[in-house]
Design a protein around this ligand. Structure first.
Ligand SMILES: [Zn+2]
Ligand SMILES: [Zn+2]
Length: 499
């Protein structure tokens, strides 16, 4: 089997890999949006030259199905463009992802393409007819010659890594393919058109990691250990770093917020609507709960009356969905619920829904400097309501910006992180904004596995023959490749950026 990388080959956005099963049959794993420098091709990530160049730039003639690891925009955001290109095959993903995906796509359409209600409903209708949800750990037949299994990735709700196995040993002509397997067979019209395969290893197993989560991340279970892989296509976002542990990071979040609030002003936290926002709420609830039970009404306890604002209709909606899908939470989170706590819906949490309320709030904070925590998208400051806060509040020295997620090269988030501490500026929607605010980066606050966790993921498997690194900056991929080769001298290891 051959793998072609149509995105996330030398960066962290635009995830899209084509698994070529035979000459004229392939499946796509993810169809993510390019963001930051990777949209322009300036880093050699892809062709094209303008900000909005997300059009599918490869032939989809042989693409028979789409497999989605999780519903972050950098893994699903080009789906509307895939539909425009004519793709109508089945889309396989976990049940939670199938549930969340239409909301993500609706938002992607509104932000990047159209606000026309009819068009949006048309796209969502088409999408709904293509979605084929699966349970974790079940083998699902995607094509006559390919089955896949979604395994818990512990990255966001419903996230999975995907095992893809060829089924060459089973004769297509026998007519017993579906019944011979513990899978959910789908009625796929082109079954008879698939040419005969000549496989050397009928059980060849390719694993796509999607985004792998950290151990002990809030709310979510740990990733399921990898059993084996002939080829592992592995993300490497943090292939060059190790995170601080979780208890330290929560303590650091607490300290940084306390310091920020002292001089008044807003604490702005740019965050992905899905995953990061809920993690932050979960930890903030815990800090507030602990401070209340330990310190009571002690004077100077800022946690008594701090307000946490979630300013994003999408983040609010996802938080509601996270609350609904409690069966996917981990034991600790369920324990808090049993103790009558509400990890994602606490008293001092305030949701801003309408645009009018959003603008009122931005202006209010600008004029009063009232201390509060604002969580809003986008996580890399590339758009969304966070940009309005930044434009209004970056020039105010009382403001604090807290980065808790990865900032891709070329995004305003990366620029604020890089130039902010030196009093530089950032371009936001064509406007130059000088930065007087304090800029903080909370390491260890990632939804991605770190170097050690990635190594462990491989080491725990019975056998991994070949590792292909993707979803990491080129220098990180190469550095990590060296680390892995040293640790696993007999393994074949290469980088997508060098293919
Ligand atoms: Zn992700
Ligand atoms: Zn990703």
């Amino acid at each position: 089997m051959e793998i072609i990388h149509h995105g996330a080959a030398s960066g962290v956005t635009g995830s899209c890999h084509e698994l070529v099963v035979s000459e004229d049959v392939s499946v796509l794993i993810d169809i993510g949006l390019f963001q930051g420098a990777e949209t322009s091709g300036s880093e050699g990530a892809r062709g094209g030259s303008n900000e909005n160049n997300q059009a599918i730039d490869f032939s989809i003639e042989r693409v028979k199905a789409l497999i989605i690891t999780h519903c972050h925009i950098d893994h699903v955001g080009r789906l509307p463009w895939l539909l425009i290109a004519g793709f109508r095959g089945p889309i396989f993903c976990t049940r939670a992802t199938a549930h969340l995906l239409p909301m993500v796509i609706e938002d992607a359409l509104k932000v990047g393409m159209t606000r026309n209600r009819e068009v949006i409903q048309g796209v969502l209708g088409t999408l709904a007819s293509m979605l084929t949800p699966a349970d974790f750990d079940d083998w699902v037949q995607v094509l006559p010659e390919l089955k896949v299994r979604f395994r818990q990735a512990g990255h966001i709700l419903g996230s999975a890594y995907v095992e893809c196995q060829k089924m060459g040993s089973l004769s297509r002509s026998s007519g017993t393919l579906a019944s011979a397997l513990p899978t959910k067979a789908i009625d796929y019209p082109e079954v008879n058109k698939v040419p005969e395969l000549h496989l050397t290893d009928p059980n060849f197993l390719v694993v796509f990691s999607g985004d792998l989560g950290c151990k002990n991340s809030p709310l979510l279970p740990d990733p399921t250990p990898l059993e084996r892989a002939d080829m592992l296509v592995l993300e490497s976002t943090y292939g060059d770093k190790n995170h601080e542990n979780r208890s330290e990071r929560q303590a650091r979040l607490k300290r940084v917020v306390e310091r920020c609030v002292k001089d008044r002003g807003a604490v702005l936290i740019p965050a992905f609507s899905i995953g990061r926002t809920q993690e932050l709420l979960y930890e903030l609830e815990d800090i507030i709960f602990e401070c209340k039970s330990r310190e009571g009404a002690r004077e100077g306890n800022i946690w008594q009356d701090i307000i946490v604002i979630v300013d994003s209709p999408m983040a609010a909606e996802f938080t509601r969905q996270y609350r609904k899908m409690r069966d996917l939470w981990d034991a600790e989170a369920l324990g808090r619920v049993a103790d009558d706590r509400h990890p994602l819906n606490f008293k001092r949490m305030h949701i801003v829904d309408t645009h009018a309320e959003h603008h009122r709030l931005v202006n209010y904070l600008k004029s009063t400097g009232e201390p509060c925590i604002v969580i809003a998208a986008s996580g890399m400051c590339t758009g969304g309501r966070m940009v309005n806060y930044l434009r209004a509040l970056l020039p105010d020295p009382r403001t604090d910006v807290l980065f808790v997620g990865y900032q891709a090269a070329g995004t305003p988030g990366r620029d604020i992180q890089t130039y902010g501490p030196g009093g530089g500026y950032v371009e936001l929607e064509g406007q130059r904004i000088w930065i007087k605010a304090q800029i903080h980066t909370l390491g260890g606050y990632s939804a991605h596995a770190d170097q050690q966790e990635l190594i462990d993921f491989i080491a725990n498997a019975e056998q991994v023959k070949h590792v292909r690194l993707v979803h990491g900056d080129a220098n990180v991929q190469r550095e990590f490749r060296g680390v892995l080769q040293h640790r696993f001298p007999n393994m074949k290891i290469d980088c997508a950026c060098d293919q």
